[in-house]
Design a protein around this ligand. Structure first.
Ligand code: NAD
Length: 510
């Protein structure tokens, strides 16, 4: 594991790593072979730091997806039937490979996505943890139950569903790819991965690590390309039995339609508009730190970000003043500077979307207590830098209170009592995460029981424990990941009923 480095050292290392992409496109990997797109097409990936071109990637389409799906189909029986202990060993080797290349992964992820190194170094290592966690479950993935009835014993077991498609977004793309692919492989499924076109760099490194770890050809295939082309073809392919998708709610709806003809099983981790509910009896300093962390870390490009803060009216002004002060003091900077907290947003188009909400907020008449503008000073003008922002005086009906902005933008709304707080918390289309701050344990239990969200943290920021279920309600998703829940998605449960006594079988006719 590497130690802390200076900004200059990080820049130098990143420059050396980036030389790899000069004139050498990021290739697909199908059936154990590196391949350009069948059409020969490529697309560029740029760095949001200064919009410079990092390199090009193969622009796969339906032809490449077809080849990858066939490779995954052919590799499936042997991978399914491999002893779980052997699968466990290979997945641990992948985790070892991630740790060995964690510095490279973290540095390149920062340059490709604009995320700050202080967070990406942890995300790379979390990718290894994801592999280790599911590796250890591989030998037991097929376990089931025995269910007794009179004169009958039922035995359930699970079987991997087959080749699956994994479609990932550009926010923390490395970590999220491991989070979806590790359980699929542990379950015994083979995989076709279509990473986000805005961040293809580390998906390729992950693929290389897997191949070097001894994963048989065809078990894990990588096809880069655009959502409408490669992504769509993957969701429509008849050999692909299920789609694990992380991305926008609107894309999830499209995928459901695209997969309907082949009756695809889908698992969706989608958008959020997650509330932090702060009661006056809470530890306000800790609550403010947690709210700031959950919206301003990872540039606010995080599905579980706390993008709404609902504050009891008696402490609203003091609390939002603390938050505004924190937002103004965050260090905006180059992602490779170890002191940077907020880096550039992923792409100029996404930046334009986030900036458009500043105009919407002004039109809606809210107070911009911090930020609310693009950062253009010095070198920042060349990239997608947006100031950490706090809106106060907002109302629930406003677009800034309802829509996922997916940037470092927090909307504060006061509430009078518990009933109003609950109504505000639940009155959005999404239901991914919720955060609750109170000193009253009975209220914490009552309130969390009524909050409409898949994951709720009480008196805490988002701290993940891998065996717990991860996923959302309403427009935030379908299904749960984590622990055994991941296997429920990637496997079919079967029941075999054994007669334990020669009971009379109904005779038809004579
Ligand atoms: P996106 O939906 O635009 O893209 C995600 C992936 O889907 C990309 O690989 C893209 O190429 C692909 N895609 C696009 N159109 C497709 C189509 N028609 N068929 C098949 N694939 C298609 O999402 P994004 O902008 O990359 O990511 C940000 C979104 O992801 C946010 O809404 C965020 O909340 C969500 N997200 C959710 C979670 C969660 O766990 N709930 C986690 C991370 C991100």
């Amino acid at each position: 594991m590497w130690g802390p480095m200076s900004f200059t050292e990080n820049l130098g290392k990143a420059e050396t790593l980036l030389a790899r992409y000069d004139g050498a496109p990021i290739l697909n990997h199908i059936g154990g072979e590196d391949r350009a797109a069948a059409s020969g097409a490529t697309f560029e990936t740029i760095s949001p730091i200064d919009l410079s071109v990092i390199g090009t990637a193969a622009r796969g389409d339906a032809t490449d997806i077809d080849a990858a799906a066939k490779a995954a189909h052919d590799a499936f029986p042997a991978w399914r039937d491999m002893d779980g202990a052997k699968r466990r060993a290979i997945l641990h080797k992948i985790a070892d490979g991630i740790v060995a290349r964690a510095e490279e992964i973290a540095l390149l992820e920062c340059v490709d996505t604009g995320q700050a190194l202080r967070f990406m170094s942890k995300a790379a290592l979390r990718g290894a943890e994801n592999f280790r966690f599911f590796a250890d479950k591989a030998p037991y993935a097929r376990d089931g139950q025995s269910l007794f009835a009179n004169n009958q014993m039922n035995v359930t077991s699970r079987r991997p569903i087959g080749p699956v498609g994994v479609i990932t977004p550009w926010n923390t793309p490395f970590m999220l790819s491991t989070w979806k692919i590790a359980p699929a492989l542990a379950a015994g499924c083979t995989v076709v991965h279509k990473p986000a076109e805005l961040s293809p760099v580390t998906a390729r490194i992950l693929m290389e690590i897997a191949a070097e770890a001894g994963l048989p050809p065809g078990v894990w295939n990588l096809v880069n390309g655009l959502g409408e082309e490669a992504g769509r073809a993957l969701t429509e392919h008849p050999m692909i039995k299920a789609i694990a998708f992380v991305g926008e709610s609107a894309t999830g709806k499209l995928i459901m339609k695209q997969g309907a003809d082949t009756l695809k099983r889908v698992h969706f981790e989608l958008g959020g508009k997650n509330p932090v509910v702060v009661f006056a009896d809470a530890d306000l300093e800790r609550a403010a730190d947690a709210a700031a962390f959950m919206i301003y870390s990872l540039n606010g490009e995080r599905c579980t970000s706390s993008s709404r803060v609902l504050v009891e009216v008696s402490v609203h002004d003091d609390f939002t003043a603390i938050l505004a002060d924190k937002a103004k003091r965050l260090k905006i900077g180059h992602p490779l500077d170890p002191d940077t907290v907020v880096g550039p947003l992923i792409h100029p188009e996404h930046e334009a979307k986030v900036l458009s909400y500043f105009d919407i907020a002004r039109d809606e008449g809210v107070t911009i207590a911090a930020g609310g503008e693009k950062v253009t000073a010095g070198d920042f003008g060349a990239g997608c830098y947006v100031a950490p922002t706090l809106f106060t005086g907002a109302r629930q009906s406003m677009r800034i209170a309802q829509e996922e902005i997916f940037g470092p933008v927090l909307t504060a709304i006061p509430f009078a009592d518990e009933e109003e707080a609950l109504s505000l918390a639940n009155d959005v289309a999404y239901g991914l995460a919720g955060y609750l701050w109170t000193g009253d344990v009975t209220r914490a239990m009552r309130f969390s029981d009524n909050m409409d969200a898949g994951m709720i943290w009480v008196n805490s920021e988002n701290v993940r424990h891998l065996p717990t279920p991860f996923g959302g309600t309403k427009e935030s998703g379908i299904g749960r990941d984590g622990g055994d829940w991941s296997f429920d998605f990637y496997m079919e449960t079967r029941n075999v009923a054994f007669a334990t006594a020669p009971r009379a079988v109904p005779k038809l006719g004579l």
